[in-house]
Design a protein around this ligand. Structure first.
Ligand SMILES: Nc1nc2c(c(=O)[nH]1)N[C@H]1C(S)=C(S)[C@@H](COP(=O)(O)OP(=O)(O)OC[C@H]3O[C@@H](n4cnc5c(=O)[nH]c(N)nc54)[C@H](O)[C@@H]3O)O[C@H]1N2
Ligand SMILES: Nc1nc2c(c(=O)[nH]1)N[C@H]1C(S)=C(S)[C@@H](COP(=O)(O)OP(=O)(O)OC[C@H]3O[C@@H](n4cnc5c(=O)[nH]c(N)nc54)[C@H](O)[C@@H]3O)O[C@H]1N2
Ligand SMILES: [Mo]
Length: 722
C-alpha cells in the first residue's frame, strides 16, 4: 500500500525509494518494499516449472506440467472422490491482483470440502463477527486514526506490521499527529512492543485474557449507565441480551485474571465512553487466542455501545473503489458442514487449517490424498508444523504455485512459479478496502516477463480449466466466467470493477444491462448499489494518476451499508452468547505458569522474506524473549541456548532477557526454521532460526471460529548445554 519510486535501467532495478506524493503513504516505506529488488533478482527464485524426480528437481515445460497435474488429480478423484483433493491458499494470494481475481473460480472449479487458507491463522474472528453482526464477512470497520483522540490498540503492533485490517502506512507519524492534537494512544499487549514504546500508556495483559478485559469494560459501561448507541440506536438488536450476559460476571474476578488492575479497567471504560472520538482496535494477537471469536465480537460491541462505530474518529467502514462487500461472492456462512476428523465448523466454505494434517493422516472415506498449495507456506505458518511437514510427505500428489522451493513446496511433485512482483500490475483490492482513507491506486508492470513465463492468474486459469468438475449448465456458466477474465486479463476485470464501482458513476447507467446476464453476480451487486460520489473512475484514469487518487476521508455509512437481510445490526448473536459459557469456565481453572506468544519484525514478512540479505543482516532475530525474573528462577543467563517445550514439540533457541516481557510470558517470532533439507533458499538457510509453530499446539483452537490459538501456549523452558 506504500507508494514507491523505482528507478531502473536496462531491466535492472537501480533504486527503490518512497513516493513523497503518494495519496496514502506520503513518503513512507518499510524495508519490505526495498526488498522487492532482492526478490526480483534472487537467483533462488524459481523461473520454470519444476518436477521432483528420484534424481532431484528437473525443469519441465508448462504443457507437460499441466498434463501431469490433470492426470494425477483425475486419478486421485476417480479412486477417492473430489474431497480427497485439498487446497491451501496463503496470504500473498490476496495481495496479488491476478491471484485475487482468479482464486475464486479455481476454488469453485476444484469443488472440495477440504479448502484451507491463512485466514484461520489470522483474521477469521473479524470475518465471523462482521458476518454475524453486520451481515457480510468483509464488512469490517477500521480505525479512523487520523481523526481519533483516543486509540486503544489490543493485540496489534502496527509499528512493526504497518497496520493490519488498517492500511495505515507511516503509522508512527499518524500517532505523533494524534498526540500533537492532544489525543492518547494506549497499547494493551503482553510485551512492551515498538508500538507500546511510543504509546501514552502501556497496559501489560496476560495472554489469552482479553475476553475478560473486554467483559469487564462492557460491564462497567452497562452498569454505570454509559451505554450510548448514537445514530445506530434505532438500527441495532440485542442490547438487552448483551447487557444481561456481561452483567453476570464478577468484575474483580475478571480483572484479576488479566493482570490489569480493576481500578484501571473501570477508568478506561469511562475514558472510552467520555471521549467523542475514541476507538478500540484489535488485531492478530486478539484473534489468534483461545477466545479470539468472543474478543473480536466484544471489541465491535464496545465500539458500538460507546457510539464510536461508524463515526468520525472511531471505527469506520471504508468505501473503496472496488468493494469486497459488493463485488465478491458470498456474505459468508458458518457451520454449514464440519470437518471429517475433528468436527470443526466451516466458515465461508473453509475449514480450519489446524486440522489439515488430521485430514491427511486419518484414513477413511474423504481422506485427503492430494494437495494444491497456492502462495502459502503452511509448514512454517500453521500450528504443529512438524506434524504437517510429515503429513505432506505422505500425500500421493502435491502441486505448489510458488516463487520458491521452501519448507512446504519441497514436498510438492510439481512447482509452478509465477512471474516476479515487478512483472505484473498491482492494485491491492483487499487492503484498499481496509485503508484509513478511501484511496485507489494502480501500478503497471515495470518489466516484461521473460518469454514463456506465466502470471499467477494465467496459471490459475489453466488449472481451473483442467481441474473443473462441474457438469452441464454449471460448466457453461463456469466457462463464461473463466473465459471472460482470460480475455480481459486482471487489468480488464479491474477496469470493469472500477467503472461499475461506487466511484465509476458515468459508466454505470450504460452497463446496467450486464447485470441481467448469468454469472455476473458481483458486477450486478456493484451496479445496483447506490451511486456515491461520481468520479468516473476507470483504469485509464488511475493509470494517469501514478501517486493514486484520494477519494476522501472515511464517512459514516450505516445503516445503508448493513448487509443483513433486515438491515439491522445484531449486537448479541446466539453463537457468541453460548460461547460465553466456555469463557466463564476458563475463569475458574488455574492459569498456566509460563506461556508463549509470537512477534513480528519490521524487516520480515511471515516466512518468506528471509532470503533477502538486506532483511536478515544484523544480529540474529529469532530469539526467545524472557523476563529477568523468569530467567533467574530457571538459572538462565542472557544469550544462552534454551529448550522451549510444549505438548507437541520442542525447539532450541538463544534467550534474550528483557523487562519488555511480562513475567510468565516468553516470546518467539514466527516464520523461521529454514534448516530443513531440500529447500533452495541460500540466504535464509544461513539464518535458519527455529519455527515457533513446531511448539504450537494444533489441538488448541478457538472452538467458536476454528481459529488456531497461536498465542498463550503453555511451555516449559530450560537451559541446555551449548
Ligand atoms: N505462530 C504464528 N504463526 C503465524 C502467525 C503468527 O502471528 N504466529 N501469523 C499468521 C498469519 S497472520 C499469516 S497471514 C500466515 C501466513 O501464512 P502463509 O501464507 O502460509 O505463509 P507465508 O509465509 O506468507 O508464505 C507465502 C508463500 O507465498 C509465496 N509467494 C509470495 N508471493 C507470491 C506470489 O505473488 N505468488 C505466488 N504464487 N506465491 C507467492 C512465498 O514464496 C511463500 O512460499 O502465517 C500465520 N502464522
Ligand atoms: N514487517 C512485517 N509486517 C507485517 C507482517 C510481517 O510478518 N512482518 N505480517 C503481515 C500480516 S500477514 C499480518 S496479519 C499483520 C499483523 O499485524 P499485527 O496484528 O499488528 O501483528 P503483530 O505484530 O503480530 O501484533 C500482534 C501483537 O499481539 C500481541 N499479543 C500476543 N498475544 C496476545 C494476547 O493474548 N493479548 C493481547 N492483547 N496481545 C497479544 C503480540 O505481543 C503482538 O505485539 O502484519 C502484516 N505486516
Ligand atoms: Mo496475516
Amino acid at each position: 500500500m506504500c507508494g514507491l519510486v523505482i528507478e531502473h535501467r536496462d531491466g535492472q532495478v537501480v533504486s527503490i525509494k518512497p513516493d513523497r506524493d503518494d495519496v496514502l503513504s506520503h513518503g513512507h516505506i518499510c524495508p519490505k518494499a526495498v526488498a522487492l529488488k532482492d526478490i526480483h533478482e534472487d537467483a533462488d527464485r524459481l523461473r520454470r516449472p519444476m518436477r521432483r524426480t528420484p534424481a532431484g528437481w528437473q525443469e519441465i515445460s508448462w504443457p507437460a506440467a499441466f498434463d501431469e497435474i490433470e492426470r494425477r488429480i483425475s486419478g486421485v478423484r476417480a479412486r477417492c472422490g473430489n474431497d480427497a483433493v485439498a487446497i491451501y491458499a496463503g496470504n500473498p494470494t490476496v495481495h496479488n491482483l491476478g491471484a485475487m481475481l482468479g482464486i475464486g473460480d479455481f476454488i469453485r472449479a476444484v469443488r472440495t470440502r477440504n479448502l484451507y487458507s491463512a485466514t484461520s491463522v489470522d483474521q477469521l474472528p473479524h470475518m465471523v463477527a462482521a458476518h454475524m453482526m453486520f451481515g457480510h464477512q468483509f464488512l469490517m470497520p477500521v480505525p479512523d486514526v487520523d481523526r481519533a483522540q483516543l486509540f486503544v490498540c489490543i493485540g496489534g503492533n502496527p509499528l512493526a506490521s504497518g497496520g493490519s485490517l488498517m492500511s495505515a502506512p507511516g503509522f508512527e507519524k499518524r500517532v505523533e499527529a494524534l498526540k500533537a492534537r492532544g489525543g492518547r494512544f494506549i497499547v494493551i499487549d503482553p510485551r512492551r512492543t515498538e508500538s507500546a514504546a511510543i504509546a501514552d500508556e502501556y497496559l501489560a495483559i496476560r495472554p489469552g485474557t482479553d475476553v475478560f478485559l473486554l467483559l469487564a469494560l462492557l460491564r462497567e459501561i452497562c452498569t454505570a449507565g454509559l451505554v450510548d448507541l448514537g445514530h445506530l440506536v434505532d438500527h441495532a438488536d440485542g442490547l438487552e441480551s448483551l447487557r444481561r450476559a456481561v452483567e453476570g460476571f464478577d468484575p474483580r474476578q475478571l480483572a484479576a485474571r488479566t493482570g490489569i488492575a480493576h481500578e484501571r479497567i473501570v477508568r478506561l471504560a469511562h475514558e472510552i465512553a467520555a471521549e467523542p472520538r475514541a476507538l478500540v482496535y484489535g488485531r492478530v494477537g486478539a484473534c489468534t487466542q483461545e477466545f479470539g471469536g468472543l474478543v473480536l465480537w466484544l471489541i465491535y460491541c464496545l465500539n458500538l455501545v460507546t457510539r464510536h462505530l461508524d463515526r468520525e474518529g472511531g471505527m469506520m467502514f471504508p468505501e473503496p473503489a472496488v468493494d469486497l462487500t459488493r463485488a465478491y461472492g458470498s456474505k459468508g456462512h458458518y457451520g454449514r458442514f464440519h470437518s471429517r476428523v475433528r468436527n470443526l465448523p466451516e466458515f465461508g466454505n473453509e475449514l480450519p487449517v489446524a486440522t489439515l494434517a488430521d485430514e491427511i493422516h486419518t484414513p477413511g472415506p474423504g481422506q485427503v490424498r492430494a494437495l494444491i498449495t497456492f502462495a502459502g507456506n503452511p509448514v512454517l505458518s500453521t500450528p504443529n508444523g512438524r506434524q504437517l511437514d510429515r503429513a505432506l510427505a505422505d500425500l500421493e500428489f502435491m502441486v505448489s504455485v510458488d516463487l520458491y522451493l521452501n519448507e512446504t513446496t519441497r514436498h510438492a511433485h510439481l512447482i509452478l512459479p509465477p512471474t516476479s512482483p515487478l512483472e505484473h500490475g498491482h492494485y491491492d483490492i483487499a487492503l484498499s478496502g481496509f485503508a484509513v482513507r478511501n484511496v485507489a491506486k494502480y501500478a503497471p508492470a515495470l518489466f516484461e516477463p521473460p518469454p514463456g513465463a506465466l502470471h499467477d492468474d494465467e496459471i490459475l486459469a489453466e488449472l481451473t480449466l483442467r481441474l473443473g468438475t462441474r457438469p452441464g449448465l454449471q460448466r457453461r456458466k463456469a466457462r463464461a466466467r473463466r473465459w471472460l477474465p482470460r480475455w480481459l486479463g486482471p487489468e480488464g476485470v479491474l477496469d470493469w470493477m472500477l467503472k461499475t464501482g461506487a466511484y465509476g458513476a458515468e459508466y454505470r447507467g450504460r452497463m446496467k444491462w450486464l447485470s441481467a446476464l448469468p454469472g455476473f453476480g458481483g458486477i450486478r451487486r456493484q451496479l445496483t448499489a447506490p451511486d456515491r460520489r461520481p468520479q468516473g473512475l476507470s483504469l485509464a484514469k488511475l493509470s494517469a494518476a501514478p501517486h493514486g487518487i484520494d477519494l476522501g476521508p472515511l464517512e459514516p455509512g450505516l445503516p445503508r451499508r448493513l448487509a443483513t437481510a433486515d438491515k439491522r445490526l445484531r449486537l448479541a448473536p446466539e453463537a457468541y452468547l453460548a460461547d460465553l459459557e466456555r469463557a466463564a469456565n476458563a475463569l475458574r481453572s488455574p492459569p498456566p505458569e509460563l506461556v508463549l506468544i509470537g512477534r513480528r519484525h519490521v524487516r520480515s514478512n511471515n516466512s518468506w522474506l528471509h532470503n533477502s540479505q538486506r532483511l536478515v543482516k544484523g544480529k540474529p532475530r529469532c530469539t526467545l524473549l524472557m523476563h529477568p525474573e523468569d530467567a533467574a528462577r530457571r538459572g538462565i543467563a542472557d544469550g544462552v541456548p534454551v529448550r522451549v517445550r510444549s505438548r507437541v514439540g520442542e525447539v532450541d533457541v538463544a534467550v534474550e532477557i528483557t523487562a519488555d516481557m511480562m513475567p510468565g510470558v516468553v516470546c518467539l517470532p514466527h516464520g523461521w526454521g529454514h534448516d530443513r533439507p531440500g529447500i533452495r533458499l541460500s540466504v535464509a538457510s544461513r539464518h535458519a532460526g527455529v519455527s515457533i509453530n513446531d511448539v504450537i499446539d494444533d489441538q488448541r483452537i478457538d472452538a467458536l471460529t476454528g481459529t488456531a490459538v497461536l498465542n498463550g501456549t503453555p511451555v516449559e523452558v530450560e537451559a541446555v548445554a551449548a
